[in-house]
Design a protein around this ligand. Structure first.
Ligand code: PLP
Length: 373
């Protein structure tokens, strides 16, 4: 059976060059980077070259890159330490964030009795920056936590503008960039954001590894305690093969960004054209979305909502209804709930997310699959 993997916002296929790099390291470079013998020094060398390579891709300094296990860890660490150690008394976030941010904000609110404010979302999925400025006019020690690219709709936050607003109001700015690292150009000398996080499996790297960018002299303290790894900021023996695999994946993504993004955008345009022809009543959720993500309301009866993913899966087509952690649920997505009318919210929505491994045939397979529903 032909298969179509159109769920790249949930995770991505490993790049063959990444597999080769990781296999080599697993086989030959198994030293512990903290050991002083040559195998250890070799591993340490791989670790630091990976850090330099990642820093270069986002125009940061190597000392500002801290390796983590995933995006969720990075978000938890930054938000928790901002409250606990930097004495933040208010977090401003939005209701369309990933649960790694939303649930962390709520946990911190319960634990530290901080204030949590939610900036309004416009019906087109954009964050209302006028409301953000209004919220920031109340003087409090604040962390603003707003994601760069929304993982369900692909809507884009102007992080340059938000960084500037935060600087003007002396607020710290954390952006969950899990969906944008490797897919957009990020220049941290140009964009004065304080903290960002990444997860390798979103850009054709391995699962179980990510990094946080923590701007110099931030004062952030570790989440865990133990050894001296990552200058004590994130103790635990470094997963060298994962880290080097991530550095390779990011290097490839950044190197091919222009050509791959153009190609992926052409697939998205093709999908929109096919949907227009075959399902004329469909609607796109969100305006000004990233080239790789397409979230649509389908003109199907709401009784189809529960079975649509299952039906497509039986035909070898992998798509989702929202973030992977929620896609088994028929509850409406918390992101779409902020944007859609009650009627549209009941109808089936699909998140179609592309990578450069996809082809027009994948889109055709999806359209043919949808026709049989
Ligand atoms: N933030 C966003 C925007 C995501 O899309 C995801 C993954 O779905 C995460 C955070 C969590 O990343 P990880 O799976 O690496 O913990």
């Amino acid at each position: 059976m032909k298969k179509a993997y159109l769920d790249n916002a949930s995770t991505t296929q490993l790049h063959p060059e990444v597999i080769a790099e990781m296999t080599k390291i697993l086989t030959e470079d198994y030293g512990n980077p903290s050991s002083t013998h040559s195998l250890g020094r070799n591993a340490k060398n791989i670790l630091e070259l990976s850090r330099k390579s990642i820093a270069k891709q986002i125009n940061a300094s190597a000392a500002e890159i801290i390796f983590t296990s995933c995006g969720t860890e990075g978000n938890n660490w930054i938000m928790r330490s901002a409250v606990k150690d930097l004495k933040i008394t208010r977090i401003i976030t939005s209701k369309i964030e990933h649960h790694a941010v939303l649930h962390t904000a709520i946990a911190l609110q319960n634990e530290f009795e901080i204030q949590v404010d939610y900036v309004k979302i416009k019906p087109n999925g954009e964050v209302d920056l006028t409301h953000l400025v209004e919220l920031l006019s109340e003087e409090k020690k604040t962390l603003v936590s707003l994601m760069h690219i929304n993982n369900e709709t692909g809507t884009i936050l102007d992080i340059d503008r938000v960084s500037q607003i935060c600087q003007e109001h002396r607020a710290l700015f954390h952006s969950d960039t899990v969906q944008s690292i490797g897919k957009t150009k990020i220049d941290l000398q140009h964009t004065p954001v304080d903290f960002i996080v990444a997860s390798a499996h979103k850009f054709h790297g391995p699962k179980g590894v990510g990094f946080a960018f923590v701007r110099k002299n931030s004062g952030l303290q570790p989440l865990f305690f133990g050894g001296e790894q990552e200058k004590g900021q994130r103790p635990g023996t470094e997963a060298i093969h994962q880290i080097a695999g991530m550095a390779k994946a990011l290097e490839l993504s950044c190197q091919n960004l222009e050509s791959e993004s153009q190609y992926i955008a052409s697939l998205k345009d093709y999908a929109i054209e096919r949907l227009k022809t075959d399902f004329p009543g469909f609607k796109i959720n969100g305006e000004k979305t990233l080239y790789n993500l397409l979230n649509v309301v389908l003109p199907f009866d709401e009784s189809k909502t529960a079975m649509i993913l299952f039906h497509l899966d039986m035909k070898g087509i992998a798509v989702s209804r929202g973030s992977a952690c929620q896609s088994g649920s028929i509850r409406p997505s918390h992101v779409l709930a902020e944007m859609l009318s009650d009627d549209d919210l009941k109808k089936p929505s699909l998140r179609i997310s592309f990578s450069h491994f996809n082809t027009k045939e994948d889109v055709d397979l999806l359209i043919e699959g949808l026709k049989t529903i």
